[in-house]
Design a protein around this ligand. Structure first.
Ligand SMILES: C[S@@+](CC[C@H](N)C(=O)[O-])C[C@H]1O[C@@H](n2cnc3c(N)ncnc32)[C@H](O)[C@@H]1O
Length: 286
């Protein structure tokens, strides 16, 4: 991929169908490698909410259930929606023993749900990466009951502060200096609300009150370079496309750099814990 194509990929608004296909193609790897790592973040978010039997809980851009599954295990009645059918297939397969969790394919920008119907509408790295993020937030607010909570979780501070993404970009830059990486200005969509003041303003502008934004640490334990590679390359279609431009030898070179970075972090052992500041924003619907 040329630099121009990479730029277009991150600055031109793709169609809903392109977004669906891109996420659907990474869904199997996402479910196998990323969701298990995100469950801990799901619990961190739920610990800040009143979630239990009887809570009507909506997870938007749910992926294969890193937030929805722990919410259902705490007893909530959970509807998990995602644009990508394979994410929802995987989620429903994980939810077989949880009658209080249901996954449905649905566009978060046009929720096919009634006004004022959920106690909590939440999204982890979902709505915050929509190109039409305002529309996604407005939909979450619309379907939340008066007095209910809207919860948005996304990377904080910026790409350079997220080791999960940062290790990958740094290793590609080191091993293949002429590889095309996404432009950082404006930042890639997963970081568009990394500035907590901007995130807060979005929630206030959407009509929410008592808005709080807390930065919490998401510590991701990776066992080895192989484990990290499988997970990071399935975590977002952008990563898949970066890898697609690399030859086998270049990929091996990137992995070698990552191996060195992990070992440097952990006194020579193959795995390490990657730290990521995350914004957890909560607002109340008046
Ligand atoms: C980074 S993943 C996060 C998944 C999950 N929340 C998690 O934390 O594991 C982003 C998810 O948003 C979904 N998504 C993207 N655009 C969407 C839209 N317009 N409506 C619903 N889901 C969407 C993707 O299919 C993908 O599953």
């Amino acid at each position: 991929m040329t630099f121009k194509e990479m730029t277009l990929m991150t600055t031109q608004t793709p169609s809903t169908e392109q977004i669906r296909q891109a996420w659907d193609s990474v869904a199997p790897g996402f479910d196998d490698f990323v969701s298990p790592l995100t469950m801990a973040l799901g619990h961190t978010v739920l610990d800040r909410l009143d979630v239990g039997p009887g809570t009507a809980f909506l997870d938007v851009g749910a992926g294969s259930g890193a937030l929805a599954l722990p919410a259902a295990r705490r007893g909530a009645d959970v509807l998990a929606v995602d644009l990508a059918p394979t994410m929802i297939e995987r989620l429903n397969a994980r939810a077989r023993e949880l009658p209080n969790l249901r996954g449905e394919v649905m566009d978060g920008e046009h929720l096919d749900l009634s006004d004022d119907s959920f106690d909590i509408a939440a999204s982890v790295n979902g709505v915050t990466l929509f190109p039409a993020v305002d529309r996604g937030i407005a939909e979450m607010v619309r379907v939340t009951k008066p007095g209910g909570k809207v919860v948005l979780v996304c990377f904080a501070h910026g790409v350079e502060h997220s080791e999960w993404v940062g290790f990958f970009f740094a290793a590609v830059r080191t091993a293949v200096p002429d590889a095309a990486l996404p432009p950082m200005d404006p930042p890639p969509l997963p970081f568009q609300l990394a500035d907590s003041r901007k995130l807060r303003t979005k929630l206030v502008d959407a009509g929410l009150s008592d808005v709080s934004v807390e930065v919490a640490d998401w510590a991701i334990p990776v066992r080895s370079v192989a484990h990290y590679w499988d997970a990071v390359t399935a975590s977002n279609p952008i990563a898949t496309r970066i890898v697609a431009q690399l030859t086998d030898q270049q990929q091996a070179d990137v992995r070698q750099v990552i191996d060195g970075m992990l070992r440097e972090r952990s006194n020579g052992s193959p795995g390490a814990v990657l730290r990521n500041p995350m914004n957890i924003a909560i607002g109340t619907k008046p």
